[in-house]
Design a protein around this ligand. Structure first.
Ligand code: ARG
Length: 490
């Protein structure tokens, strides 16, 4: 449905007295056209159409149970709502320039379709509880879809880890070579960050899944509706306990944007690694042509644009979060029109991530690894820690061993040699515990294999970790119940 980045497709025109507004009675004249265009939110909130239909259906049934609507009126309205839903789904719903927002459009169309009973549908309801009900219904689905997209990227990372289990690469801290690791270790590091993002979405779900409807404007409706039954009807866990809070609470939006921003940060960190490692200077990863782009000037260029966009868009996501928090900061009165600004950033974050995640997943699935290039990059001094561990194994205290290896490194440097090429006499002059077997330390494969502690980079430890990762993927954090899924979050 609509992307709020697009230029307006709606020709906003202010209503006159014979048009349907939800509030025209006390006004002596129609709104100024410029104010009308500013105030109208249809461009953004038309995306809630199916969710607003679902919320309205449940409200109609609640009004029926409360005796406010007759059985015939309920039947007529539900039928009308089915028609409206079909029109939305088929894309035949004709928005009018005078439709202020999705709620106005829905009620206006309902009136055209069923007449008289449509004038009763808003009994005991306010757009304040209506809009946030629809928004929560939308978000339930959005969380499930986003979770799926994250899981897909996790699968790609896990698949890479399985494939690259024999690829040794330099591991960096401070962007300086630190210790050799298996490439799988690096892929899985990013897997677990995404797992936490997915868990956060799951944690958020119960706070989204609460019912505002029945709160009316701020004080609670005067209609004797059973809010618990209404909650069940819409698949919500329970009604929100306070009507004022129910219409003003946008914590779930802020939380969503935080999860989106942190996910963006994780994607950006992964992306930065890919950008570096695909550069000529590192060069042990190469993107598939389908996921790279060229330069208009320099024919040789192959640029990692997808990952640069991930890095760049993480900045946008952070901005969306801070923007919403600033909007919410000083709202004094349950509902203020400022709250209308909650949806655009949310849709933007959702659209951005659901476009980005599958591209990154397939870019990872298709990239090529150059194991020899990675080996060539390994600094010969990279196994200095292992050399110290060697001495420790001979009973030398670690602090002393660290010092001795430091001296060996300096000596090698003075002689213009790599550490593994230092003659045995030199080693032994530094400490008698050095023996012939010292040279066996300088095997990156053996070094990697020594890290077999749980969480370490040894192949056997990584196999355990990959099994944990497979298990983690099996648990869906959010499983939309059949009562949900009225629309499709897109
Ligand atoms: N378009 C509005 C929004 O998104 C609907 C709620 C309007 N409520 C009101 N009291 N004017 O927030």
């Amino acid at each position: 449905m609509t992307n709020n980045q697009r230029p307006s497709t709606i020709d906003h025109r202010p209503p006159t007295t014979d048009h349907h507004t939800l509030w025209g009675g006390r006004f002596g004249k129609g709104p100024d056209p410029r104010f009308w265009a500013l105030n109208a939110s249809l461009e953004v909130d038309r995306r809630l159409a199916l969710h607003d239909v679902a919320g309205t259906r449940a409200w109609v049934r609640a009004l029926g149970r409360a005796g406010v609507l007759t059985r015939e009126e309920v039947a007529a309205l539900l039928q009308g709502l089915d028609r409206v839903e079909a029109e939305f789904r088929e894309g035949t719903f004709a928005f009018q320039p005078t439709d202020e927002d999705i709620h106005t459009a829905l009620e206006r169309r309902l009136k055209e379709l069923v007449g008289e009973p449509a004038l009763k549908v808003h009994t005991g309801r306010s757009r304040n509880d209506q809009v946030v009900t629809a928004f929560r219904l939308w978000m339930r689905e959005a969380l499930a879809h986003l979770e799926e997209a994250i899981r897909d990227l996790q699968e790609a990372l896990l698949h890479r880890a399985e494939q690259d289990l024999d690829v040794i690469v330099p591991g960096y801290t401070h962007l300086q070579q630190a210790q050799p690791i298996l490439l799988s270790h690096w892929w899985l590091a990013h897997f677990w960050a995404l797992q936490r993002d997915r868990e956060r979405l799951g944690d958020l779900f119960p706070r989204v899944n609460r019912l505002p409807l029945g709160a009316a404007a701020l004080a609670g409706t005067t209609v004797a509706v059973d809010r618990r039954a209404l909650a069940r009807d819409l698949g919500f866990d329970a009604p929100l306990p306070n009507a004022w809070d129910a219409v003003s609470d946008r914590d779930f939006v802020a939380e969503f944007l935080f999860v989106a921003a942190l996910l963006g940060v994780h994607l950006s960190r992964l992306a930065e690694g890919i950008v570096l490692f695909t550069s000529r200077e590192f060069g042990f990863l190469e993107l598939d042509d389908a996921f790279a782009s060229g330069s208009s000037l320099m024919p040789q260029k192959k640029n990692p644009d997808a990952f640069e966009l991930a890095r760049g868009q993480s900045g946008v996501l952070i901005g969306l979060l801070t923007g919403l928090l600033a909007t919410l900061k000083a709202l004094p009165s349950a509902y203020d029109k400022d709250l209308q600004e909650d949806k655009a950033p949310t849709f933007r974050a959702y659209d951005l991530l659901t476009a980005l995640l599958p591209v990154l997943a397939d870019a990872l699935r298709t990239l090529k690894v150059r194991p020899q290039r990675a080996l060539d990059l390994l600094d010969p001094g990279l196994l200095a820690t292992d050399l110290a561990d060697y001495l420790v194994a001979q009973g030398v205290p670690f602090r002393e061993a660290h010092e001795i290896v430091g001296k060996a490194l300096r000596l090698a440097e003075e002689k213009g040699l790599a550490l593994p090429d230092l003659p045995l006499e030199d080693f032994q002059r530094l400490h008698p515990a050095f023996g012939e077997d010292v040279y066996r330390v300088f095997d990156p494969k053996a070094a990697v294999a020594r890290r077999r502690v749980e969480g370490g980079t040894a192949p056997q430890a990584l196999r355990v970790q990959m099994e944990q990762a497979r298990q983690a993927l099996q648990t869906a954090r959010i499983s939309p119940s059949p009562t949900q899924a009225q629309g499709g979050a897109s």
